[in-house]
Every structure is written in C-alpha cells, then in structure tokens.
Design a protein around this ligand. Structure first.
Ligand SMILES: [Fe+2]
Ligand SMILES: [Fe+2]
Length: 169
C-alpha cells in the first residue's frame, strides 16, 4: 500500500507520460508530412515507449492497490516547422520530465516509501539515456544541418535507430 499523496503524484506522472506520447505522435505526424520517413519512424517509436512508461506506472499503482486517476491530456503545440525545432522541443520536454521524476523520488524518500523509490529507479536511468540520445541527435543536426544532404543522412540514421527501439521493445 502506498500513500494517497504518492498515488496522486504517480497518477499525475501517468498523465505526463501520455502527454509525452501524444507530443511525439504529433512530431511523427509532422515529420511524415515533410517526407522525413526516418524522423517520423523515430518519433513513432518514442510514442510507443512513452505509452509503455504510462502503462508501467498504471501497473505499479494497481499492484499497490492504489487509486489510478486518469485525467485529460493536453493538446500538443502547433507545428514546429523544422526538424531541428522538434528535437529542441523534445530535449526541453525530456528535461522537464526528468525534473518531475526527481521530484517523485524526493517525495518517495521523504515518505520512506522504499517500494516506490526502487520502482522509480528504472525511470531515473531511462531519463539519462533519453536526454543523452536526444542531445546526440541535436548535435548531429547542428553539425550537418537540418536540410539537404545532411538532413537526408540524419533521417536515414533515425530510421535505423527507430528499428532498434522497436526491436528492443
Ligand atoms: Fe517517459
Ligand atoms: Fe521520454
């Protein structure tokens, strides 16, 4: 059993994970419209990952016999315009998610809720990897350009990366 406050905080995080999924679905759709098949596949794979995160948290709350509160999910922002802007927004978003995960860990530790603390460790590690991956893509976009040959090369890399994400899932 976990506290009502902890359960509510985890429910709020479920909502944020669904929002992340929705945001990446919107980026995937925009990339598809720009004929960037690799980026579209990559964001779609990220959409799937974020859904998994939300479902992991839902499962944890159910296993702890805690209340799951599913709230409304905000609409994603208007079109980003460029692939560079999409990845910049992705990094900014993942950094805010990391801050929320850290808050959840702080709260679990404050309540001496060891089960939730240990449960959240997976997410702490996951956020390090996600930020590093997006930072790497952003670095390559800035180096090789987000148009022409450079973009085509990065789009091909993203197609390969998307396959790897799907195979790991
Ligand atoms: Fe996530
Ligand atoms: Fe994420």
């Amino acid at each position: 059993m976990i506290s009502k406050t902890m359960a509510k905080k985890l429910s709020d995080q479920i909502n944020r994970e669904f929002y992340s999924a929705y945001l990446y679905l919107s980026f995937s759709t925009e990339a598809e419209g720009m004929n960037l098949r690799g980026a579209a596949a990559w964001f779609l794979a990220k959409h799937g990952e974020e859904m998994t995160h939300a479902m992991k948290m839902r499962r944890y709350l159910l296993d702890q016999e805690a209340q799951v509160e599913l709230g409304g999910i905000d609409a994603p922002p208007e079109k980003s315009g460029t692939i560079l802007a999409m990845f910049e927004q992705t990094l900014e978003h993942e950094r805010s998610v990391t801050a929320h995960i850290n808050d959840l860990v702080d709260h679990a530790l404050g309540e001496k809720d060891h089960a939730t603390d240990i449960f959240l460790h997976w997410f702490v590690t996951e956020q390090i990897e996600e930020e590093a991956t997006v930072n790497d893509i952003l670095g390559r976009l800035r180096l090789f350009g987000d148009q022409g040959q450079g973009l085509l090369m990065i789009d091909n890399e993203l197609a390969t990366a998307a396959q790897a994400i799907q195979q790991a899932a």
